[in-house]
Each structure stands twice: as structure tokens, then as C-alpha cells.
Design a protein around this ligand. Structure first.
Ligand code: COA
Length: 189
């Protein structure tokens, strides 16, 4: 016998649609998801808002959204990596010390990936990141994630991302990050 709650959950999962996201137009919805998933305060949201809108003007920047009944419940965005971008300049010395700076070339960088906690652990994040990287022209992907045993790190490892640098410090970020890289297409289960 199925419990009503179980049926309800399944129905809402089945209704999730992954598709192209006009992130500049829906930046506030996306940041509302990120704020609850990642834990951002209003000041951080305001800063991120400017950064996201600027990022979407970069060549090749693309975003995908996961929607449930039209409401955004998750998103991913990224772009071809560019060594002159701020993120690259921060991680470059850490990659250099491990002999991994070649990962900064011909690489699709995942800038953000967030799924609303009500919809986590049901394959939405996996679907977002594999779908966006499947259409990348680059042969590999890089990203940074807080350097801890998180669901995000578990997901990235299972997709084939390996650590290229650990304990990477971004100015103004309180926690160290790991930089990870994977060949494309990402590993399937
Ligand atoms: C990371 C995140 C986007 C994943 O989204 P999701 O929809 O929950 O992920 P999926 O359901 O597609 O994949 C779950 C995978 O995560 C991993 N995972 C989930 N919970 C985990 C845990 N407690 N420990 C380790 N790995 C875990 C597993 O690899 C799991 O794969 P499985 O399906 O084989 O079990 C989501 O957890 C999130 O938004 N977290 C907060 C924000 C964040 O950290 N974003 C990433 C910034 S770098």
C-alpha cells in the first residue's frame, strides 16, 4: 500500500522539468533558491545578484533551470573558462603548485549549482549538471566546492570530478574550497 505522502512526493518529482533558463530575467528567483540551499543572507544575495547578471554577459555563459509547476526549484550555470576571469586568477596558483594549470584551458566551468532543499536527493542536481555539460564544446569541466564531505562533493565525485587543489582560499570566503575537474561527458551511473 502506498502512503498518500509518498504519492504526493512522487507526483511533484515527476513534474520537474529541466530546461533553458533566462537567468538574467529570473535572477531573483534563482538567488532565492540559492539563499535557502546554500545559506545566503540578504547582503550576500545583493552582491551575488550583480555578479550573476554580469556573468551572463560573458561569452558562452549558459544556464539551465529545474521547474516544478513553473516555479524554479533548482538551477545551474557556467561558461567556457577564461584565465582572465576573477575565479581563474584566484585558483591558478593553487593549480600551478599541483601541475594542473592546463585544466584552465578548454574547460567548461560550473559557476553555480543549487537545488531547493525540498527537491534535493532526487536526481535534480545530477540532471542539471550532466545536461549543461553534455552540450559544452569543451572536453572537460572544472568547478570549486567548499572543501568538506558535502552532498555536493559526493555528487561531483560520483560524476567523475577529481580534486585538482584543496584548501583554496577565496578573498572574503570564510571556508576553504576544493577545485575539481572531470572529463566530459560526465560519468553516468
Ligand atoms: C549539491 C546539490 C545541488 C545536489 O542536488 P540534488 O538534486 O540533491 O542532487 P542529486 O539528487 O541529483 O544527487 C544526489 C547525489 O548527491 C550525493 N549526495 C547526496 N547526499 C549526500 C550526502 N549526505 N553525502 C554524500 N553525498 C551525498 C550523492 O552522490 C547522490 O548521488 P546518488 O543519487 O547516487 O545517491 C544540492 O545538495 C544543493 O543544492 N546543495 C546546497 C547548495 C550547494 O552546496 N551547491 C553546490 C555549491 S558547489
Amino acid at each position: 500500500m502506498r502512503l498518500p505522502g509518498h504519492d504526493q512526493r512522487r507526483r511533484s518529482d515527476d513534474d520537474i522539468v529541466i530546461g533553458t533558463l533566462d537567468l538574467s530575467a529570473r535572477v531573483d528567483e534563482a538567488l532565492a533558491v540559492q539563499a535557502v540551499a546554500f545559506g545566503l543572507g540578504p547582503d550576500e544575495v545583493a552582491v551575488r545578484r550583480q555578479i550573476v547578471v554580469r556573468h551572463m554577459t560573458y561569452p558562452g555563459a549558459r544556464a539551465l533551470g529545474a521547474t516544478a509547476g513553473g516555479r524554479l526549484v533548482g538551477f545551474v550555470y557556467g561558461m567556457p573558462n577564461d584565465r582572465t576571469h576573477w575565479w581563474s586568477t584566484v585558483v591558478e596558483p593553487y593549480l600551478r603548485s599541483g601541475g594542473h594549470t592546463d585544466w584552465l584551458d578548454d574547460s567548461f566551468v560550473i559557476t553555480e549549482l543549487h537545488v531547493h532543499p525540498h527537491h534535493q536527493n532526487r536526481g535534480v542536481g545530477r540532471s542539471l549538471i550532466t545536461t549543461i555539460t553534455d552540450s559544452a564544446a569543451q572536453p572537460r569541466s572544472i568547478l570549486s566546492a567548499i572543501d568538506t564531505d558535502s552532498p555536493a562533493r559526493g555528487l561531483y565525485h560520483s560524476l567523475g570530478y577529481e580534486d585538482l587543489a584543496r584548501r583554496v582560499l577565496f578573498p572574503s570566503a570564510p571556508k576553504p574550497y576544493a577545485v575539481m575537474g572531470a572529463p566530459l561527458p560526465l560519468r553516468r551511473r
